[in-house]
Design a protein around this ligand. Structure first.
Ligand SMILES: [Zn+2]
Length: 76
C-alpha cells in the first residue's frame, strides 16, 4: 500500500517499518509539524502534546525551518 507524503507528495510505502508514515521522512514530518505549530502560534515546546507529536523538540523544528529557508534562498 502506497500513500503520498502530505508534505512533498512523494509516494511512500505505508509500512510499520516507516516510523514517519504517512510522511516519507523525519524532515517532512517536521515541516508539517512546523507549519501546524506556526499557524497555531505555539512554536514553543511546552504547548506541543508529546502524545500527539512524538518526541520532537523545538530545536529540530528550527533547524529544519532554517534548512528550508536556505534552500529557497539559493534556488534561483
Ligand atoms: Zn516527503
Amino acid at each position: 500500500m502506497n500513500v503520498n507524503c502530505p508534505t512533498c507528495k512523494k509516494e511512500v510505502v505505508w509500512s510499520t517499518d516507516n516510523e514517519f508514515r504517512p510522511f516519507c521522512s523525519k524532515r517532512c514530518k517536521l515541516i508539517d509539524l512546523g507549519e501546524w505549530a506556526s499557524e497555531s502560534n505555539v512554536i514553543k515546546g511546552e504547548n506541543l502534546k508529546p502524545n500527539l507529536t512524538g518526541h520532537i523538540d523545538e530545536f529540530d523544528i528550527e533547524e529544519m525551518l532554517g534548512e528550508q529557508l536556505n534552500e529557497q534562498f539559493f534556488k534561483e
